[in-house]
Design a binder for this molecule. Sequence first.
Ligand code: NAP
Length: 241
Amino acid sequence: MNFALVTGGSRGLGAAICKKLASQGLGIIVNFRSNGSAAQEVVDEISENGGYAELLQFDVSSEESVDRSLEQWEEQHPNDRITILVNNAGIREDNLMIFMQTQQWHNVINTTLDGFFYVTRRILKGMLTKRFGRIINIASLSGLKGLPGQANYSAAKAALIGATKALAQEVAARKVTVNAVAPGFIKSDMTKDLDEDSLKKLVPLGRFGEAEEVASLVAFLASDEASYITGETISINGGLY
Ligand code: NAP
């Protein structure tokens, strides 16, 4: 069976991406860090709708945790392969630079950027050997324009976009595509503390986006129809720049 691994698949955008890719016939590996019950709900919903999904707990920012979990998964699935990787796990720890704690800087960079590196390096080998793969990195509008209070987050997401462009060129000859998606304001746990009523006035389409709208874009990039798109960053932000 062909599988899609979605990091941070337990909630928000990741959960919607898991469900969308499952509806297209892929087996899903729902990764999570600590919220096992939310991840189990995603697996259950996929199963109830006739799909197939498995839980896989690991912390993307820990090289050891990533390697151990994925090695075990591969040992238990000798006839399966991961053809799609969605690097979605991410956190926000906003603060003005002048007040930013060292840990806030590192937590955000480690989750987004180290996480991308550890997981992608591990999965890439199989994709290159089989000469097929789709890697989709969830970046952010914040990584394109920079947002005050998010120097750590903007830096991590901008770096992720740079890595997307570099890796795309490294692996294109093996028919592995690498793209990024840059969402604006999307309803999820990550944005629930924001003042949606005032912020949505900044968005030309006049609302926050839905996780399912991001999932549809990711599913397109994961599909055969997107086979000539690589190294690209696609915004999904209701017209907000
Ligand atoms: P969310 O609702 O807070 O969910 C975050 C997910 O990431 C959870 O599944 C969480 O797992 C997982 N996660 C966090 N740290 C992890 C780690 N070290 N290892 C493994 N999993 C980890 O966030 P979201 O809004 O869906 O965001 C998803 C992605 O979209 C992030 O990369 C975010 O930066 C990006 N994004 C979001 C927005 C937005 O408006 N929502 C906009 C632009 C970009 P647990 O459940 O186990 O905690």
